[in-house]
Design a protein around this ligand. Structure first.
Ligand code: IMP
Length: 416
């Protein structure tokens, strides 16, 4: 049973927390795309961990994790993260493997990323981690993979600075590199959890192009990036927050108005701790965008939705969610590709009653107040997809499941 976890919005939905939560029942965890532009926060035992490259399952001492071939890996960032884990008593050695087909990120790529973005008429707001450059080098067939470090003719072509950078890492990378395609085949029949990065709307193909990241953050990227085939995926979990956030530039039709809604903007940002894990940038905040969420469900064949940050709305009298866009007087419910149209879109809002109570101690769906359940059930009906996991706080334990995606039979399909 292989389960993919993707972000169903613009990233930062709480995937790291959900992967960490599900990892206890998985045999291995594979991160399949992106690089150190991602930031996954996990809070457990009162400690907070910020992971950028290593899959979130690493915090369980008995789990093996893989960095897949769809990833682009900055060895400096990777070994800094591994050292941080060791300092926190997490013994990772012998449990972290890297696909030898994964591409490398060299320090100069970060500078190229930043320079290119600053020269754009409409900057994307890159995290500046060299990710876009690494993926474009890959598609230009000029990238360097982990395997290439052991191909003498290729390393001879590297310039002096790149060779000097990589030299201290080669031996360590050699011990960690694997043929992930063979590993995944060997693990057939086991429970594999595939962890995405960024979100469906930042996907290079299906996202709000050009305001996207450069890897495959869609569910289809999971088998590619993990070295499997599409028939190896059983379930796709789409993680979304009770509201929307976005970092960087690009359209966000449900963004709160910073002037007329500054109180709500401030409340959601501060209560939800909406600051980037990688860059510290404040995130843009807005209403839950159901038009975009349903688009994510359809383009990723999401079998189960996972709702996070529901508790952020605990204090509000009323809640609103966007059910359509008004674009020049036309009501639109399919997510447009046209950035000009998305920039003009005004959200058509549905009103919900607030629950005005803390959800912190809810440990099952039945524990949720009726108003919160109505919000959840509206989302399920709108998206035609069940919400099977709900998170009501930052700790691992503040999460409950309605149906376990690993044991829930695929025959249930979409719908409850
Ligand atoms: P890049 O991938 O760093 O070049 O960034 C491209 C766009 O994707 C920018 O708008 C970033 O803010 C956004 N982005 C990249 N990674 C993440 C992430 O993990 N969470 C949220 N946004 C991200």
């Amino acid at each position: 049973m292989n389960t993919v976890v993707i972000g169903a919005q613009w990233g930062d939905e709480g995937k790291g927390k959900i992967v960490d939560y599900l990892a206890s029942s998985a045999d291995v965890i594979v991160r399949y795309s992106g690089g150190a532009n991602a930031g996954h926060t996990i809070v457990t035992g009162g400690k907070q961990y910020a992971l950028h490259l290593v899959p979130s399952g690493i915090l369980y001492p008995d789990k093996t994790v893989y960095l897949g071939m769809g990833m682009v890996i900055d060895p400096a960032a990777l070994f800094t993260e591994l050292a941080m884990l060791k300092e926190n008593g997490i013994d990772w050695e012998g449990r972290v493997f890297i696909s030898d087909r994964a591409h490398l990120v060299f320090p100069r790529y970060r500078e190229i990323d930043k320079k290119r973005d600053s020269e754009r008429k409409h900057p994307i707001g890159t995290t500046g981690r060299g990710i876009g450059t690494a993926y474009s080098m890959k598609s230009e067939r000029d990238g360097i993979r982990i395997a290439d470090l052991f191909w003498k003719e290729k390393t001879a072509e590297l310039d002096e600075a790149d060779r000097a950078f990589i030299a201290p890492y080669i031996e360590r990378l050699e011990k960690m590199k694997v043929d992930i395609t063979a590993e995944m085949y060997r693990l057939k029949g086991k429970k594999i959890l595939l962890e995405g990065a960024q979100g469906a709307l930042l996907d290079l193909d299906a996202g709000t192009y050009p305001y996207v990241s450069s890897g495959m953050s869609c569910a289809s990227g999971a088998p590619v990036g993990a070295g499997m085939g599409p028939r190896d995926i059983d379930r796709v979990l789409g993680v979304f927050k009770a509201y929307s956030t976005r970092v960087g530039n690009g359209p966000m039709p449900t963004e709160f108005n910073t002037e007329t809604q500054s109180e709500l903007y401030h409340y959601v940002r501060e209560t939800g701790r909406e600051y980037g894990v990688t860059t510290g940038r404040p995130r843009r905040c807005g209403y839950l965008d159901l038009v975009a969420l349903r688009y994510a469900c359809r383009t990723n064949s999401i079998s189960d939705l996972v709702l996070t940050h529901l508790d952020i709305y605990d204090e509000l009298d009323g809640i609103e969610a966007c059910v359509a866009y008004d674009i020049d007087g036309k009501i639109v419910t399919d997510f447009p590709a046209d950035i000009g149209a998305l920039n003009k879109a005004k959200p058509v809002l549905e009103q919900f009653k607030g629950w005005k109570t803390s959800l912190k101690n809810c440990r099952s769906y039945a524990d949720l107040p009726e108003q919160a359940r109505s919000y959840v059930e509206f989302i399920e009906d709108y998206c035609g997809t069940p919400v099977n996991i709900i998170s009501v706080g930052y700790e691992r334990s503040d999460t409950f499941m309605r149906l376990d995606p690993f044991t829930r039979g695929a025959e249930h399909g979409n719908g409850l």
